[in-house]
Ligand binder design. Structure first.
Ligand code: ATP
Ligand code: MG
Length: 569
């Protein structure tokens, strides 16, 4: 069948997967259908690595006028939980994808998987083995030595069938028997040395309850689940490459209605980041983070709370592309992508994180005026707002130095600086307390210097500020990388030993411009000169909490610039 003329063209950045699909459509394989699936195991929250897989599976389906299923790969009853199921759906939707009415569970196929397994036994392609897990390992051989046949490998079909049925009926304790495929104990591919298809596990499943006490392995359940759903291209990460012959074997010998094809791609690895659910669970359980959605976590729930946008995450997944070889992506590229997106969209605001009081001695007491501030220089439609200005302000402590080095263009005794959107301010005197700590600055302003006026003078530095009387209080949480090593847990080290002890700094008593105090959770701003910030769900009326999403300093732009790459500004 020909590729239908009205199907969307393949995207310009065709990778090897999209090339394969284009070719399959051209040759009429799979009757011109494209059907993918995203198959998370509900044993933890999704992370940015999963985002790569989600963007690929749902993206490919959309580009080729196909479909993508959400399928829970829930074959392991002891580690799975409904909490995870719910978080996964929220995260996939947040990324901007929709599975329509195609939400499936591998556990929905338990009966059919079992029937296929009985068929394998009857066909002489599977047998029940009495060997223990340890014995099976010993018999399996090594990369250089072939394995040995189990003494039970050639037991009569009827005996295997009877034992398999009794395994299902719950007659045997865990670990007494397994069902194994009868393939080839001398295969150079260890996955083909009579792999286990079913184990006995007397454990309640979060969906099927106590209906089952035998559970299929991933290698057995996955290809059949794909086939039952009519999946055409089963996209998975490289560690499954050596399992592909087994995937094909299962399809070949169970004769399901469809023949999906498995294609592997490189998983996303990020430096300074731990991305295995097992290790992330450890961080949560040991309370090294506040939860799965701690803004330092690489989970989608965490980066969402941190203020990352779904657009930026999708853009990042496009930029990293689809490789066939493992690599490590610089986390600075992710931060750069977020920064670029927020630069386009975030409203600007003035906020002072570590306030220092300023009194403008020549500004009349009780007077108040408004200056006009630009909401987003990247977006004319965002308009302007009016900021209150008065005799007492707060500025950032480190925007003042009593003994400034050369090229310090901020405030110092006798020096002038421009207040953002406002006047030129001159520092006249420094007030200190008994211990010598600076408590306030006495300043004057130049009434003829309002920003934006044609005749306004120019000075070198500009600093941000908030009118003290109008400012509202906020808590601000500053984050740094959770791990201080580029490869946490390198070698056999416990990654926890690489945790950055200064990954969270909480500042209270920060001063924000009045309009920000009631912004709903999730609202993102650029605090001018400080970075991008997002309102945290911990906020209460009158007590807003902000997370710093990223700083303004772009280390990726620096790296890319050094390597002579083009950096969009
Ligand atoms: P982890 O190793 O983090 O526990 P997993 O592979 O066990 O992840 P699954 O729930 O089985 O997690 O993954 C669902 C899908 O997401 C699979 O197809 C898997 O290949 C893919 N995936 C998981 N991690 C990554 C990653 N880092 N990069 C790309 N795809 C990934
Ligand atoms: Mg897995």
């Amino acid at each position: 069948m020909d590729h239908p003329a009205d199907a969307p063209a393949a995207p310009s950045a065709a990778d090897f997967i999209r090339e394969i699909i284009t070719e399959d459509l051209r040759t009429g394989k799979h009757n011109g259908r494209v059907h993918t699936r995203f198959p998370p195991e509900p044993n933890g929250y999704l992370h940015v690595g999963h985002a790569k897989s989600i963007c690929l599976n749902f993206g490919v389906a959309a580009e080729f006028a196909g479909l993508c299923n959400l399928r829970y790969d829930d074959t392991n009853p002891t580690k799975e939980d409904v909490e995870y199921v719910e978080s996964i759906e929220e995260d996939v939707r947040w990324l901007g994808f929709d599975w329509g009415d195609r939400k499936f569970y591998a556990s929905d196929y338990f009966e059919r998987l079992y029937q296929y397994a009985e068929q394998l036994v009857r066909d002489g392609k599977a047998y029940v083995d009495d060997l223990s897990a340890d014995q099976i390992r010993t018999y399996r051989g090594t990369l250089t030595e072939p394995g040995r046949n189990s003494p039970y490998r050639d037991r009569p079909v009827e005996e295997s069938l009877d034992l398999f049925r009794r395994m299902r009926a719950g007659e045997f304790p865990d670990g007494t028997y397994v069902l194994r495929a009868k393939i080839d104990m001398a295969s150079p591919n260890i996955n083909m040395r009579d792999p286990t298809l079913y184990r006995i596990r007397h454990a309640a499943h979060h969906r099927t309850g106590d209906a089952w006490c035998i559970y299929p392995t991933y290698d057995y359940a996955h290809p059949i689940s794909d086939a039952l759903e009519g999946i055409t291209h089963s996209l998975c990460t490289l560690e499954f490459e050596d399992h592909r012959p087994l995937y094909d074997w299962v399809i070949e010998h169970t004769h399901p209605p469809y023949r999906p094809r498995q294609i592997e791609f490189a998983r996303l690895n990020l430096n300074y980041t731990v991305m295995s659910k097992r290790k992330l669970l450890q961080l949560v359980e040991q309370r090294l983070v506040s939860g799965w959605d701690d803004p330092r976590m690489p989970t989608l729930a965490g980066i969402r709370r941190r203020g990352f946008t779904p657009e930026a995450v999708r853009d990042f997944c496009t930029r990293i592309g689809m490789a066939k070889k493992e690599n490590v992506v610089d986390v600075a590229l992710l931060e750069h992508t977020v920064r670029e997106d927020l630069n386009r969209r975030a409203l600007r605001a003035l906020a002072v994180l570590r306030p220092l009081k300023v009194v403008i001695e020549n500004y009349p007491e009780g007077r108040e005026e408004h200056v006009e501030a630009t909401n987003n220089p990247e977006d004319a439609a965002a308009g302007t707002r009016r900021l209150p200005f008065s005799r007492e302000l707060v500025i950032e402590r480190d925007d003042f130095m009593e003994q400034p080095p050369k090229k310090f263009f901020r405030l110092a005794p006798g020096a002038e600086v421009r207040l953002r959107y406002g006047y030129i301010l001159k520092c006249e005197r420094v007030i200190k307390d008994g211990s010598g700590a600076i408590t306030e600055l006495r300043c004057t302003y130049d009434p003829e210097s309002l920003s934006g006026q044609t005749a306004a003078r120019r000075v070198k530095g500009t600093i941000h500020w908030v009118s003290a009387r109008h400012a509202r209080d906020a808590e601000v949480r500053l984050y740094d990388r959770l791990f201080q090593s580029p490869d946490p847990g390198e070698g056999d080290r416990d990654p926890i030993t690489d945790i950055n002890p200064r990954s969270l700094e909480r500042l209270t008593g920060c001063k924000i411009e009045p309009g920000l105090a009631d912004a709903p959770a999730g609202t993102r701003f650029q605090f001018e000169r400080l970075g991008y910030f997002c309102v945290d769900p911990d906020s209460r009326p009158g007590a807003p909490v902000f997370n710093r999403t990223v700083t303004l300093k772009d280390t990726w732009a620096k790296i890319a610039g050094r390597q002579g790459e083009k950096v969009e500004k």
